[in-house]
Design a protein around this ligand. Structure first.
Ligand code: GLP
Length: 250
């Protein structure tokens, strides 16, 4: 694993955007696995800025998003499809038909998950998967205890994730209780992984994920077994990992 420590959120976002843009420049038709949450917003803003300057094009790029709330329409302001449009897709030249997000209104979650697994395969797999990390170590919506062997599946969110995501919905009772999510198996099959972490509240879980035992209780710990992981974080999120002896690149 390569670890890049940045002093603050802005420089961390720039570093992650650099890695994403290098992927797109060297392979314009890359399949990017994309993530939502607060952490990647700054990186998406940086990509938009470089696109607007003419330094970057996504005209051939394909994308698959990690997850979507089950029961939310793509037009709902808290849906992940809406998030991706507002934070990235509406501002760059990626073709709408090349962007893929799970359908939160699918009548059959089982059929929708099977369709998504097949879609990822038909795109030739994911070249670079961007990830954030939940406070309990979840990646996408793979919660503690979920099997590492799972592909895309319907998840029941934990209380801790519902709590963490209440800030976006305003009221706890408005947060959906279920989501459709790529599984750990889909994520581990990506050729490269870029994981972003920011803020003191993530410092303990980052340390447990990358220095502790590999366990379904900390879903992100499985990334220790992936051959090509880059961790980008700010000092607040990474200081405990560094104090525990993890070498950093910069
Ligand atoms: C949600 C998303 C995850 C994301 C996590 C962390 O639960 N499903 O993909 O990594 O939140 O979010 P944040 O970056 O806001 O801390």
């Amino acid at each position: 694993m390569r670890v890049y420590l940045s002093e603050d959120y802005k420089s961390m976002s720039r570093r992650a955007a650099n890695i994403l843009s290098a992927q797109v420049i060297t392979k314009p038709d890359s399949v990017l696995g994309l993530a939502t949450g607060g952490t990647p917003v700054g990186a998406y803003q940086q990509l938009v800025e470089w696109y607007q300057k003419g330094d970057l094009s996504f005209a051939e790029t394909r994308s698959v998003n990690l997850d979507e709330y089950y029961g939310l329409s793509p037009r709902h302001e808290q849906s992940y499809r809406y998030f991706m449009q507002v934070n990235l897709f509406d501002h760059i030249d990626i073709k709408y038909e090349n962007t893929h997000v799970l359908d939160g209104l699918a009548k059959s979650p089982v059929a929708e998950c099977a369709r998504y697994n097949q879609l990822i395969r038909s795109l030739g797999g994911i070249d670079l998967q961007l990830l954030g990390m939940g406070h309990n170590g979840h990646i996408a919506f793979n919660e503690p205890g979920d099997g590492f062997e799972l592909e895309t599946h319907l998840v029941t969110l934990t209380e801790s994730t519902i709590e963490a995501n209440t800030r976006f919905f305003g009221r706890r009772e408005d947060v959906p209780r279920q989501a459709l999510s790529m599984g750990i198996k889909n994520i581990m099959q990506a050729r490269r992984i870029l994981i972003m972490v920011s803020g003191e509240a993530k410092a303990d879980i980052v340390c447990r994920a990358f220095r502790g035992p590999i366990s379904t209780q900390v879903p992100a710990s499985i990334l220790q077994l992936h051959p090509d992981v880059t961790l980008v974080g700010d000092r607040e999120a990474l200081h405990k990992l560094v104090e525990a002896g993890e070498p950093v690149c910069g």
